[in-house]
Write a protein of this length. Sequence first.
Length: 169
Amino acid sequence: MPRVADRNNISDAEWEVMRVVWANKSCYSKVIIDVLEKKMGWKPATSKTLIGRLVKKGYLSAESDGKRYVYSTDTTEPESLMVEIDTLLGQICKRNVPNLLSYLVDKSVLTEGHRDDLIAQLREKEVTEKIPCTCTPGQCTCHLHVENSVLSERSNRPNIGSNHEERND
Ligand SMILES: [Zn+2]
């Protein structure tokens, strides 16, 4: 089986199936079908198709116990979540990551303990003077600043939706 990071990504629908398997460690398709019929309103055939895809992709293994198959996974939810996040981080400019972090903090429900841990983590975090942009030219406005003076002038105007403001504070 390929390493998790090398497998094809899990779709949103497949993720629903994986959550049932992660929660139950291993289970019959009936368990998956019941949970997702209730939550998503999916017909059994829909869940079965998704289970089949996940077996094909290598996320689920199916073991026969005579009449039925027992589905299990060699992945964990946190590990798979990190693969998804790594994929996302590979799709955005490094300079947008602080905004993403701030968005995540904003969206999070935290206890005082969690908040204190985060504050401590941020205090310890190594910082840099300027975040390097490693995007492919043409896929990020950072490069336009440098490589094309006409576009550079244009990008100096207030740019709604751009997250590329330099922060030196
Ligand atoms: Zn960039």
